[in-house]
Design a protein around this ligand. Structure first.
Ligand code: DC
Length: 226
């Protein structure tokens, strides 16, 4: 799946809670590049399946759902946020929940679901450049990307970050449950046979444990500017 496109891509892969979302958004802003939040696509398909009452382990139903779900990213009028519209419904808030993440992780292990989302992801590669956030951006979707980063952090630190985010949104969670869920999701994402979570051989590995957002952004930008 190589692309001959000359549009530069920076892939940012890593496990959940590694800060990929925040870092990718800030780096894309600084570079003036487009942003692909590929996790939102898997979350959107899981959400659409839930809305239709489909069984997440039904491979045919999930494949059809991935092929037919209409996903649109829409910037808010002040440009400060991106809303995700799934089959005409603004599902942004529902997509951010742990339940949506777990559903996304479950269906993401189905090869035909991943295949159904490939073209949509490739279509994001437009001038002047693309920051692609996910698990397999540097390994499968944009293997020819000139800039690749793999972000990680300890599971304990990732759970703490997630805990803070969810608390700020007024959601009730416990730190121990979150760490447990993060570890379970990592294990599933890393052990699946198709497009498992792993750094591309040519990715720059950045462990963000104990680092502030601005320092991580600077390190990632240095990869592009080097
Ligand atoms: O990045 P995220 O937490 O929004 O992703 C949700 C799930 O979707 C994640 O657990 C695994 C899956 N995913 C994937 O398999 N490949 C991607 N490129 C992005 C996400």
């Amino acid at each position: 799946m190589t692309s001959s496109s000359s549009v530069p891509v920076l892939t940012i892969d890593g496990p959940s809670g590694s800060g990929k979302g925040t870092i990718s958004r800030k780096v894309a802003e600084k570079l003036g590049w487009r942003l692909l939040d590929s996790g939102a696509l898997y979350r959107a398909v899981g959400y659409a399946a839930g809305m239709e009452g489909l069984d997440l382990s039904d491979v045919d139903a999930m494949t059809r759902c991935a092929q037919t779900t209409k996903i649109r990213f829409r910037a808010t009028t002040d440009g400060s946020d991106t809303r995700v519209v799934v089959n005409g419904h603004d599902a942004t808030d529902e997509l951010r929940t742990e339940t949506a993440g777990a559903a996304a992780s479950a269906i993401a292990s189905i090869p035909s679901v991943r295949q159904a989302l490939v073209d949509m992801q490739l279509a994001f590669r437009k001038a002047p450049g693309l920051v692609a956030d996910g698990r397999d951006m540097g390994t499968v979707i944009f293997p020819d990307a000139p800039f690749k980063v793999f972000l990680t952090a300890s599971a304990a630190e990732r759970a703490k970050r997630r805990y803070k985010q969810l608390k700020e949104k007024g959601l009730s969670v416990t730190l121990a449950t979150l760490q447990h869920e993060i570890e379970a999701r990592d294990a599933r994402d890393a052990s699946r046979t198709v497009a498992p979570l792993k750094p591309a051989a040519d990715a720059v590995f950045i462990d963000t444990t104990g680092m502030g957002i601005d320092d991580v952004v600077a390190k990632v930008l240095a990869v592009v500017q080097s």
